[in-house]
Design a protein around this ligand. Structure first.
Ligand SMILES: Nc1ncnc2c1ncn2[C@@H]1O[C@H](COP(=O)(O)OP(=O)(O)OP(=O)(O)O)[C@@H](O)[C@H]1O
Length: 220
């Protein structure tokens, strides 16, 4: 499937945040978004998901326009920057709710076995993040939007999540943004830089320095 968002115009009050943005995500590929703080990455993901209504946008799936918020079609899941599973919910309940197999999760992350019947609030921030990312990746959604999945995770968990992404993207389209840009460079099949309100498709990593997202000399 090909998911496209086009002609995004977003204003907060009279301040223009996004201006003619285009972005494409495809099944089998991870699309990375990089950009400075406040450039509009989370807003763009919210618009794709359907929880933020901009002045203008067009969403197409396989070239066909989808006019209702995408989440209403049940084909997209969004990992926001902040925790989204209620703290009072038990671990096993959230897996049931999202129809994700907890046994498979515990095979990949056996250290969580003791928390199976615990409530989310009994876990650390990073542990909760692991669960939320795993649930998003393994949900039935065909388009997965991940807002800063790597921040707050320790290196071994980042590697495990990257491996899961490589495996699961075969049947899903994934869009991911994070400030840990090296992990984005490692995992992305397509990369966009969001700058001055619009997206630039990056074909060579050196462009990240040319566009002043990275300081000159950072990559070499
Ligand atoms: N609800 C809101 N009301 C007014 N302005 C907002 C609102 N939400 C976001 N903004 C502004 O829109 C801009 C883009 O915010 P957004 O959160 O999308 O950026 P971001 O690229 O995800 O940033 P970060 O990397 O720091 O998370 C910022 O300047 C922010 O102040």
């Amino acid at each position: 499937m090909i998911f496209e968002i086009d002609n995004v115009e977003l204003y907060f009050a009279e301040k223009q945040i996004l201006n003619g943005v285009y972005l494409k995500a495809e099944t089998g590929k991870l699309t990375g978004i990089l950009g400075a703080n406040g450039c509009g990455k989370s807003s763009l993901l919210n618009i794709f998901f359907g929880s933020l209504q901009p002045r203008h946008k067009l969403i197409r799936i396989d070239k066909k326009p989808y006019l209702k918020p995408l989440f209403k079609y049940g084909i997209v899941i969004y990992l926001p920057q902040e925790n989204f599973i209620p703290p009072k919910m038990k671990l096993e309940t959230c897996f049931q709710l999202f129809k994700v197999d907890i046994t498979e999760f515990l095979q990949v992350f056996p250290e969580f076995k003791t928390y199976k019947r615990a409530k989310m609030r009994e876990l650390s921030g990073g542990q909760r993040r692991v669960i939320e990312i795993y649930i998003c990746l393994n949900s039935r959604a065909k388009l997965i939007l991940l807002d800063e999945p790597f921040s707050h995770l320790s290196p071994l968990y980042i590697e495990k999540i990257k491996n899961l992404i490589q495996e699961l993207k075969k049947e899903k389209a994934i869009i991911l943004t994070d400030h840990m840009y090296r992990h984005i460079l490692d995992t992305s099949d397509e990369l966009y830089l969001l700058k001055n309100g619009s997206t630039k498709l990056i074909s060579q990593t050196s462009e990240l320095e040319d566009y002043n997202y990275l300081k000159a000399g950072t990559l070499y």
